[in-house]
Ligand binder design. Structure first.
Ligand SMILES: [Ca+2]
Ligand SMILES: [Ca+2]
Ligand SMILES: [Ca+2]
Length: 348
C-alpha cells in the first residue's frame, strides 16, 4: 500500500517574520466620564475609558456598561506570545477552551518568562481584565471569557498561523491579532494558502456559521511610511483592521495610512505628551507591584480594545454575522473627534 499516494497536497513550510505591533512610550494626568467609578486601582489611568482623552472623550463604552453589557458569554482569544492564565486580574475570566500553545505543543499558553513575552497578556487584560477587584484596571468586556494562543514565541510559518486562526472556531467568537508582516516600508506579505483557508473556513463555519470575528492591528510602520494596504492580513476582507488615535485626538507617529483600516481606537502617542494604555502585565513571580502596566503601546493596544467592544455588541445581539459586525463598526464609528487631522473624505 502506498501512503504517499494518499497525499493530495503538500508544501514546504518556510519561516515568516511576524513582529508584535508595539509603538513608543508615554505620561500625563487623569479626569471624569460616563463610565462607572470602578474601585480598581488603575482605572484612573484608563483615560480612553474614563473621559480622559482630549475634549473629555473616550471610547464611549460607559453607555454599554450601564445597559448591563459586560461581555458575559462571549469568548475571545488573543493570538500572540501566550497569556498568563493565573494572573490575578485574568484568572477569573480565563478560558482553557479558548487557549492552546502551538509553540510548546501543549494546552498551556503560559508565556516563556524571559521578559520578552508580555505582549499577549497585556492585550488580554485590555479585553477582559476583571472589574471590581483590587488588581489593575478593567477590561472593556470584563465578564467575557478570555484565552490565548501561544504562537509568536517560536518559528512562525503558514501552518502555525492557520492553526491559530482556526483554533476551536465553534467555541471562540473573536480572535484578536496584534502582529503581522514586517512594518519596514518595503515588505508586501500576507496569508499563505493555509492561513487563507483558515480565514475562509472561519467566516464560513465559525460561530455556528455566523462567522468568526478576526480583529487585526493595522501596523506600526508610520516611521517608514509603510502602508497597511501592503499587509495582506490587515487588508483582508475577513479581518477588521484597527488603527490608533492619540489621547490628544491626533494620528500617532507610528500610524500607517491605508484604505483597509475600518476604524481606530485610542492608543499611545507622543512620549511625554500622550498617555499609553493601562492593562495587566505578565509577572511570573506575582509581585503585587509588578502585575500591571501603563505602558502598552501601538496599534497592538488598539486592536484588543476593538475586540472588547465587539464582545459587548455580540452579547447584545448574538445573531450578528461577521459581516454585520463590519457594518456596525462603519455605521457607529465617528470621525469627528479626529477631524483636527486633515484629509477626511467621504468615499463611495
Ligand atoms: Ca505551554
Ligand atoms: Ca481589575
Ligand atoms: Ca505594515
Amino acid at each position: 500500500m502506498c501512503i504517499v499516494c494518499q497525499v493530495r497536497w503538500m508544501v514546504q513550510q518556510r519561516e515568516l517574520r511576524r513582529p508584535k505591533r508595539e509603538g513608543g512610550v508615554l505620561r500625563h494626568a487623569p479626569r471624569q466620564s460616563s463610565a462607572p467609578a470602578f474601585p480598581d486601582p488603575l482605572f484612573k489611568e484608563q483615560w480612553y475609558l474614563n473621559g480622559g482623552a482630549a475634549d473629555g472623550l473616550d471610547m464611549n463604552v460607559g453607555y454599554a456598561w450601564r445597559k448591563g453589557y459586560t461581555g458575559k458569554g462571549i469568548v475571545i482569544t488573543i493570538l500572540d506570545d501566550g497569556i498568563q492564565p493565573n494572573h490575578p486580574d485574568l484568572a477569573q475570566n480565563y478560558d482553557p477552551a479558548a487557549s492552546t500553545d502551538i509553540n510548546g505543543n501543549d494546552t498551556d499558553p503560559t508565556p516563556q518568562d524571559n521578559g520578552d513575552n508580555k505582549h499577549g497578556t497585556r492585550c488580554a487584560g485590555e479585553v477582559a481584565a476583571v472589574a471590581y477587584n483590587r488588581y489593575c484596571g478593567v477590561g472593556i468586556a470584563y465578564n467575557a471569557s478570555i484565552g490565548g494562543v501561544r504562537m509568536l514565541d517560536g518559528l512562525v510559518n503558514d501552518a502555525v498561523e492557520a492553526q491559530a486562526l482556526s483554533f476551536n472556531p465553534h467555541h471562540i467568537d473573536i480572535y484578536s491579532a496584534s502582529w503581522g508582516p514586517e512594518d519596514d516600508g518595503k515588505t508586501v506579505d500576507g496569508p499563505g494558502p493555509l492561513a487563507r483557508r483558515a480565514f475562509i473556513n472561519g467566516v464560513t463555519n465559525g460561530r455556528g456559521g455566523k462567522g468568526s470575528i478576526f480583529i487585526w492591528a493595522s501596523g506600526n510602520g508610520g516611521r517608514h511610511t509603510d502602508s497597511c494596504n501592503c499587509d495582506g492580513y490587515a487588508n483582508s476582507i475577513f479581518t477588521i483592521s484597527i488603527s490608533s488615535a492619540t489621547q490628544g485626538g491626533y494620528k500617532p507617529w507610528y500610524l500607517e495610512e491605508c484604505s483597509s483600516t475600518l476604524a481606530s481606537t485610542y492608543s499611545s502617542g507622543t512620549p511625554g505628551k500622550d498617555k499609553s494604555v493601562a492593562t495587566v502585565d505578565m509577572d511570573v513571580q506575582l509581585r503585587p507591584d509588578h502585575i500591571c502596566t501603563v505602558d502598552h503601546t501601538g496599534t497592538s493596544a488598539s486592536a484588543p480594545l476593538a475586540a472588547g467592544m465587539c464582545a459587548l455588541a455580540l452579547e447584545a445581539n448574538s445573531h450578528l454575522t461577521w459581516r454585520d459586525m463590519q457594518h456596525l463598526i462603519v455605521m457607529t464609528s465617528r470621525s469627528q473627534p479626529l477631524e483636527k487631522e486633515e484629509g477626511w473624505i467621504v468615499n463611495g
